[in-house]
Design a protein around this ligand. Structure first.
Ligand code: SIN
Length: 179
């Protein structure tokens, strides 16, 4: 990838962290302020189906909260691919992205607001965990999404307590289902 050609930053906080199926010049640990990551978005097309949507993450506006993720420097063409990949309720949002080892840059993130059709909203962690355990779609099981996200955030040194709690409960529930 010609690095000079990549003039846009994209901030990923969910599957974009662990599945980068697009060209990029660099990927940097980064954060955005004023947002929390929550498993409040339905997934009809990746980790569930229209009849049985899975649960994936979106951003919830929360004063002073910091959401850690990965920022990619990408070429313009990537947006056609990402708009399609994130079409189930997400829209592009301009945000200020703090690069962990660099400046604050302007960039884009994919945000699914409470007004989109697939939005599911809050639920107790144990209900979110059991919902995730029961769901799967064309991109794989919903548990695989949860596990990959939890592990990627740990590897980056920024585990997220919401994701960690749900992952722990889902593992406990999966264990008790096997007994
Ligand atoms: C993202 O990863 O940044 C958006 C949500 C998702 O695709 O999981």
């Amino acid at each position: 990838m010609d690095p000079g050609h990549c003039s846009h930053w994209v901030f990923g906080y969910g599957s974009l962290i662990f599945k980068a199926d697009f060209p990029f010049a660099e990927a940097c640990p980064a954060s955005i302020t004023g947002w929390q990551r929550r498993f409040w978005q339905g997934s009809h097309d990746h980790r569930g189906t229209p009849d049985a949507p899975g649960r994936v993450v979106t951003l919830i506006p929360t004063p002073d909260a910091v959401c850690h993720g990965l920022a990619y420097r990408v070429p313009d063409e990537v947006f056609d691919h990402l708009d399609h990949r994130e079409k189930n309720g997400y829209r592009r949002l301009q945000v200020a992205i703090s690069l962990q080892h660099g400046p604050v840059v302007e960039g884009t993130t994919y945000y699914a607001g409470a007004d989109n059709e697939a939005f599911l909203g809050a639920a107790p962690d144990h209900r979110i965990a059991s919902h995730i355990l029961a769901s799967q779609g064309p991109s794989g099981s919903n548990l695989d999404y949860l596990e990959r996200l939890a592990r990627a955030l740990r590897r980056m040194g920024c585990p997220d307590s919401h994701v960690e709690n749900i992952f722990r409960i889902a593992q406990e529930q999966a264990g008790s289902n096997l007994e």
